[in-house]
Design a protein around this ligand. Structure first.
Ligand SMILES: O=C(O)c1cc(=O)[nH]c(=O)n1[C@@H]1O[C@H](COP(=O)(O)O)[C@@H](O)[C@H]1O
Length: 281
């Protein structure tokens, strides 16, 4: 029997600690690392990050946009990076934030979650603003192939609140509706559901109820966007068990030295562990 994404994530967080590191090869980072802003530079960047972190970080999150901007050669580098990271034992959360009408979502699901696809990752990020139900083909593919889907709820950027905290006819915010629908998908799953949410570490105490999620919550916005580990307590209150803090530039800025990348990762992991509940880990 193969294990669900939720079960594999549960295991990875237990073994490697509660952390996601983003691979966001910004042009400025390529330059700072002495690399060219092209597919070759991108490939070397990934090689260094994978050598430094692939065997020790629970979740690695390549940001697709930074690969797509280099065209088909950039996407080829992404395919190879996904494979190598999975071989090194990291779970790969591909950050693509896709969303569309259901019939098109089915094609995205095939692209990112079907084992036959060269871009197959362990999980992807998805945008629910065509309705959480429109993402159903992704949820079905994830279930069929032991993958996961992380759906945006309360994003780390300041512009998100106007849409996400708008109140619908039933008196719930848009974000709470997303949270509740994802919680339903995870109901009864053990040890952890495969459907996650994204809630930024920068959003403060929003009063949203995350107590029934029974799945992972990705918390970006740490480091470069101003959030720090202690903010997790403000944002999540007592619902810290399955929060997965996510850092990109904060760590990548310490490259290209493998030793420095590892030590930056160790530092943020220690800060996160100090805040997150020891109950589940
Ligand atoms: O889904 C995400 O990962 C995400 C959601 C969100 O609300 N905010 C957010 O910053 N992100 C992503 O997380 C990464 C943050 O990068 P840093 O600000 O460098 O840590 C980027 O790849 C963003 O696209």
């Amino acid at each position: 029997m193969t294990k669900s994404f939720g079960a594999r994530l549960h295991e990875a967080l237990g073994h490697r600690g509660p952390l996601c590191v983003g691979i966001d090869p910004h042009p400025s980072l390529l330059t700072a690392w002495g690399l060219t802003d092209d597919a070759d530079g991108l490939a070397r960047f990934c090689e260094i990050v994978i050598e430094a972190l692939g065997d020790r970080v629970a979740v690695m999150k390549p940001q697709s946009a930074f690969f797509e901007r280099h065209g088909s050669r950039g996407v080829a580098v992404l395919e190879s990076a996904i494979r190598q990271l999975r071989d090194a034992g990291s779970l790969v959360l591909l950050d693509v934030k896709r969303g569309d009408i259901g019939s098109t979502v089915a094609a995205y699901a095939a692209a990112y979650l079907d084992p036959a696809s060269p871009l197959r990752a362990d999980a992807i990020t998805a945008s629910p603003f065509l309705g959480v139900g429109s993402l159903r083909p992704m949820f079905d593919a994830a279930t069929a192939h032991d993958g996961g889907v992380f759906v945006l709820a309360l994003t780390s950027n300041p512009e998100g609140a106007a849409v996400q905290r708008a109140v619908g006819p039933g008196g719930r915010t848009v974000a709470q509706t997303v949270i509740d629908e994802i919680s339903q998908l995870n109901e009864g799953a053990t040890p952890l559901g495969s459907f996650g949410l994204v809630v930024g570490a920068t959003v403060g105490d929003t009063g949203h109820d995350l107590s029934r999620v029974n799945g992972p919550i990705l918390a970006p916005g740490l480091g470069a966007q101003g959030g720090n580990a202690s903010d997790l307590r403000t944002v999540f209150g007592n619902d810290l068990d399955w929060v997965v803090p996510s850092y990109s530039r904060e760590i990548l800025a310490r490259g290209p030295s493998v030793t420095d990348l590892r030590s930056a990762t160790g530092d943020v992991l220690a800060q996160c562990r100090a805040v997150l509940s020891p109950r589940s880990r």
